[in-house]
Design a protein around this ligand. Sequence first.
Ligand SMILES: NC(=O)c1ccc[n+]([C@@H]2O[C@H](COP(=O)([O-])OP(=O)(O)OC[C@H]3O[C@@H](n4cnc5c(N)ncnc54)[C@H](OP(=O)(O)O)[C@@H]3O)[C@@H](O)[C@H]2O)c1
Length: 287
Amino acid sequence: MSILILGGAGNLGTQLKKSFVSDNIVAWDRDDFDFLDFAQLQRRLFELKPDVIINTAAYNAVDKCETDETETALAWKLNRDLPGVLADYCLEHDILLVHYSTDYVFGGDGRLSSDYDELARPVPMSVYGQTKFGGEQEIARRALSGLNYYLIRTSKLFGPKAENEGAKPSFFDIVLELGKKNPEVKAIDSEISCFTYTPDLAVATKAMISEKCARGIYHLTNSGPVTWYDGVKELFALAEIKTPLIAITPEEWPRPAKRPVFSALANTRRPRLRPWQAALAEYIKTK
Ligand SMILES: NC(=O)c1ccc[n+]([C@@H]2O[C@H](COP(=O)([O-])OP(=O)(O)OC[C@H]3O[C@@H](n4cnc5c(N)ncnc54)[C@H](OP(=O)(O)O)[C@@H]3O)[C@@H](O)[C@H]2O)c1
């Protein structure tokens, strides 16, 4: 079976390549070509003829696309149009499409507790959330015609360094540096959701493909919903960082894009991933 990973040098893509190391994989990233050149993408897909496409390429700058029109347009192209093109190819060639979405498709219903399961109705509250939901809808439309797909919603990725030097650092990467350099660190004690360790998500994705799971929507995160503040507290304890940590409210750290107050994902279809604290302890050892 040949597996194509789009975004293979990114944070999750780098870990997927490690998980699939003994399989017949091909990985493409920005160094190969721009995926938004859809004519070239379709030509290359036709030449390669993969059996599975895993798409990790996405626009992830949540705040930038909220206020800047050019960035907004780019977010729609990458997060909605690209999955649509990939879904068309997969449907036409009867192959599996694996695509990732986010907990930020939720939150607009004002929920304050009770994890969102796979059937919950998305109500995004930011441009980023809308564009990712747009990608979900492109896939859902092709599913009506028989597309075989896994739409995996995940949240707050962190993990070992990506191959792509320019890949977005994770929240933990950033606060680890701040904790080493700054006299104090502030973290929002709100916005409850789940952290997800990229090696765990990659292994769980591989298992779904090997086990030939039923098509549809899946939620995969490490176990245990927490706030950003909870995450940093655990990180500093594990890394033995003594820098004072101050809990703040979202109002004390205004950002252009609105975030859900609560967006924890319930995984009702697959084995639960380990608790986030165990994954974080492993992440610290890679530093
Ligand atoms: N990061 C999170 O916390 C988070 C949370 C929830 C869901 N997700 C979802 O999880 C998936 C994986 O995220 P990730 O953090 O691993 O992403 P990532 O690190 O940004 O990796 C994506 C890779 O795709 C490449 N890429 C993007 N646009 C491209 C284009 N037009 N042509 C060629 N290559 C392109 C990127 O290169 P450049 O860096 O040069 O653009 C990057 O190497 C995404 O669907 C994301 O929406 C992520």
